[in-house]
Design a protein around this ligand. Structure first.
Ligand SMILES: NC(=O)C1=CN([C@@H]2O[C@H](COP(=O)(O)OP(=O)(O)OC[C@H]3O[C@@H](n4cnc5c(N)ncnc54)[C@H](O)[C@@H]3O)[C@@H](O)[C@H]2O)C=CC1
Ligand SMILES: O=C(CO)COP(=O)(O)O
Length: 331
């Protein structure tokens, strides 16, 4: 059994800490928010983000980052994507070269337009770095409902080590070497989930949502191929798999935020109301800029960007999308 430090006690960090400690690993979890940390300690439950699931006895709450990751075999980063850089920098003094670093954030850093692995290797060029992604809502993983994900690393042996650490009878883990495809699939599907929510909120039907998901996947894949991903990855768990769960589940923070926007709420207010990170709100801007830089057509992303920035109403965006030039279908 391994020693694992978890940085970020939101719903996902907590669900994974429960999975790992449930398997018998020695897990310590920490969060940057001191008040939240106190609540975790007092209640031995994540009342704020993943209520009604008691922590296992072998799951400790770390008082400091140092205590959390000291002598760990693996450090799991589960802070939102825009905070991954600071979370890693914060942990840096206590990391050892042999430690495995796993990141589960789904996003692209704003301004730098970097994927999470690029940030990790910029800070730690020799990092033993793995990304975990796939269709996996924390609420279901916390309840031990069957879930399947993938872990990606340039080093397949390392991905296999992480597969072994996580795998249980209720949490099935595949490996892949396509870090670019996995990171982009996980990040960009949140944009489409926001749009699927907006579509639902406006009272559109299943046809519209299926169209958004299919054409959304086409533009994700277009950008992915341009940035070096294996196109096959987008047909897998971390591509279409995650797209399906996020666009259809009421657990999805992105979809729920989209529904409120579609019902007429201002994007900032809807984001606030969700009360947890809505990654798509940040990723949309980054993806829009990446698409411009790479000269890739991403019409759905572009329209969401206009809506989020208050330059277009969701109904105008639909008209623009439906009124585009006639096309030959390319999936
Ligand atoms: N919630 C879910 O079902 C899933 C979430 N994810 C991804 O995991 C990431 C985290 O999501 P959630 O857990 O849902 O977010 P959340 O909003 O529930 O919680 C985020 C937590 O991170 C903490 N945090 C922020 N900055 C930090 C830092 N520098 N160091 C340590 N902790 C920090 C916050 O205080 C908060 O407790 C996101 O990128 C999300 O896309 C991926 C799969 C499933
Ligand atoms: O990535 C997720 C499920 O795989 C979580 O999606 P949300 O952030 O929209 O809840």
């Amino acid at each position: 059994m391994k020693k694992v430090g978890v940085i970020g006690a939101g719903s996902w960090g907590t669900a994974l800490a429960l999975t790992l400690s449930g398997k018998g690993h020695q897990v310590t979890i920490w969060d940057v928010n001191p008040q939240h940390l106190e609540e975790l300690q007092a209640k031995r439950e994540n009342v704020r983000y993943l209520p009604d699931i008691k922590f296992n006895d072998n799951m400790k709450i770390g008082k400091t980052v140092e205590e959390t990751i000291k002598d760990a075999d693996m450090v799991l980063f589960s802070a939102p994507a825009q905070h991954f850089r600071s979370a890693l920098e914060n942990a840096l003094p206590y990391l050892k070269p042999e430690m495995i670093l796993v990141n589960v954030a789904k996003g692209i850093e704003q301004k730098t337009l970097l994927r999470m692995s690029k940030i990790a290797f910029e800070i730690l060029p020799e990092a033993r770095y793995v990304v975990l992604s796939g269709p996996s809502h924390a609420e279901e993983v916390g309840l031990r409902l069957p879930t399947t994900v993938a872990v990606a690393s340039n080093d397949l042996k390392l991905a296999e080590e992480v597969q072994e650490i996580f795998m249980t009878d209720r949490f099935r883990v595949y490996t892949t070497e396509d870090v670019v495809g996995v990171e982009l699939g996980g990040s960009l599907k949140n944009i489409i989930a926001l749009c699927a929510g907006i579509s639902d909120g406006m009272g559109f039907g299943d046809n519209a949502k299926a169209a958004l998901m299919t054409r959304g996947l086409a533009e994700i894949k277009r950008l992915g191929i341009k940035l070096g991903a294996d196109p096959a990855t987008f047909a897998g768990l971390t591509g279409v798999g995650d797209l399906i769960v996020t666009c259809t589940s009421m657990h999805s923070r992105n979809r729920r935020c989209g529904i409120m926007i579609g019902e007429g709420m201002a994007p900032e207010e809807a984001t606030e109301k969700v009360g947890m990170v809505v990654e798509g709100m940040f990723t949309t801007e980054a993806a829009y800029e990446l698409a411009q830089r790479e000269q890739v057509e991403m019409p759905i992303t572009q329209q969401l960007y206009e809506v989020i920035n208050g330059r277009a109403d969701a109904r105008d965006a639909v008209e623009i999308l439906m009124g585009r030039d006639k096309k030959h279908e390319q999936a």
